[in-house]
Design a protein around this ligand. Structure first.
Ligand code: SF4
Length: 56
């Protein structure tokens, strides 16, 4: 099974933090008071998705 940690789009998190997926631009997320852009949070052990790209 291929995992996110082997994908070129995966950015490893610091320490015990999960990683992030950089396949696509960050998505806007807002509530009544704030507006931020976020990337999907993924764990390196997660099963890779269909956008997986192997590292060379
Ligand atoms: S396998 Fe998919 S979700 Fe995981 S880091 Fe790569 S593109 Fe992102």
């Amino acid at each position: 099974m291929t995992q996110c940690k082997f994908c070129a789009h995966f950015l490893r998190g610091e320490g015990d933090m999960p990683g992030e997926c950089y396949r696509f631009p960050p998505a806007p997320l807002s509530d009544d008071d704030a507006f931020v852009c976020v990337r999907p949070v993924v764990d390196g052990e997660d099963k890779a998705c269909g956008e997986f790209r192997g590292n060379q």
